[in-house]
Design a protein around this ligand. Structure first.
Ligand SMILES: O=C(O)CCC(=O)C(=O)O
Length: 313
């Protein structure tokens, strides 16, 4: 009896999951083609930002290769802002290291981690309330970055995710989750930024990317991006197929990497020294309708441009 009920329950679960999957995919495609994204494309077209030469250079490289790297202060030439960010990053690093020491000594800590990706310690993780007093949230809607994200995506984007990550070295372990080659599930209209807050060498777990593997690129047919698709192909098969074409981003502190991570990427496999970075995700409204979830709740604030308010709402 128990066995029969269990099998029946498993079948119901399978059918229900199949229906749910199809519902999620249909919702995403409808919002991409017809509803939410059409509105945000129209909003963008009606008020397209003017980009300067630095932003245009980044945009060209993003469109060609799916990534672009630039010193932060070249894109945002504001030394006072950089000093403020650096000081906050330093506080996060010191608090994280104190927490890790306490854990190693068998004590408690308030460190935030996410199930399935425990090797990263996060400043915010999920469910945090953020306002414009937060320098990282402000940076995520700073027009130097947001206008670029919107121009690349061709729509008014949503700032889906903002966080600081501390990745301690994990010698003698195998690569796990995002340390392995994958495409991000969030959206086909996707832009991430990684701002290195320490020097990143081979042993700091550099970010790696396969150029032109995002949708529309010449390698997009390689285990192609699909909503709710299977995003993690076997590592060695992928390595064979890309045949040494991946780029490894070893770079000094203060380097900003933009990347369309619906293309293949991996990183954070630190073996010698901890990696500290800030990461932002901008994607389309369709993503938030069906595939992804914001990691923060925005406490409303005044003095925002329309596209900034849109990104946070
Ligand atoms: O930690 C890294 O370098 C990779 C991160 C990643 O895979 C992602 O943000 O999607």
């Amino acid at each position: 009896m128990h066995r029969t009920r269990t099998r029946f329950a498993a079948r119901v679960h399978r059918v229900a999951s199949g229906i749910e999957r199809r519902g999620v995919i249909a919702t995403y495609e409808l919002h991409d083609r017809l509803f939410a994204n059409r509105t945000s494309r129209r909003l963008y077209a009606g008020d397209a930002p003017t980009l300067d030469a630095v932003q245009r250079g980044i945009l060209d490289r993003l469109r060609r290769d799916g990534y672009a790297m630039v010193p932060f202060t070249e894109l945002v030439p504001d030394q006072q802002l950089w000093n403020e960010l650096e000081a906050d990053a330093e506080r996060f690093r010191a608090e994280t290291e104190a927490g890790l020491q306490s854990e190693h000594a068998g004590g408690d800590s308030a460190l935030r981690r996410r199930p399935g990706k425990e090797f990263v310690v996060r400043k915010y993780a999920y469910g945090v309330q953020l306002g414009l007093d937060d320098p990282w949230l402000r940076l995520g809607v700073n027009p130097r970055l947001l206008d670029l994200a919107n121009a690349y995506l061709g729509l008014w984007s949503k700032l889906e995710y903002v966080d600081l990550w501390y990745t301690p070295p994990a010698a003698d372990e195998d690569r796990k989750s995002s340390q392995r080659w994958h495409r991000d599930f969030n959206d086909r209209h996707l832009l991430k930024a990684f701002l290195y807050l320490v020097d990143v060498g081979e042993e700091t777990g550099p970010f790696e990317y396969v150029p032109r593997s995002a949708p529309g690129g010449e390698l997009d047919a390689l285990w192609p991006w699909r909503p709710l698709g299977d995003n993690y192909p076997p590592e060695d098969e992928l390595a064979d197929r890309i045949d040494g074409k991946a780029v490894t981003f070893t770079a000094p502190k203060g380097t900003l990497i933009f990347c369309n991570t619906s293309g293949f990427h991996r990183g954070g496999f630190a073996t010698g020294s901890p990696r500290v970075l800030t990461t932002f995700t901008w994607d389309s409204p369709a993503s938030l309708k069906a595939l992804s979830e914001r990691n923060y709740v925005f406490e409303d604030g005044d003095a925002l441009e329309r596209s900034q308010r849109f990104a946070l709402s």
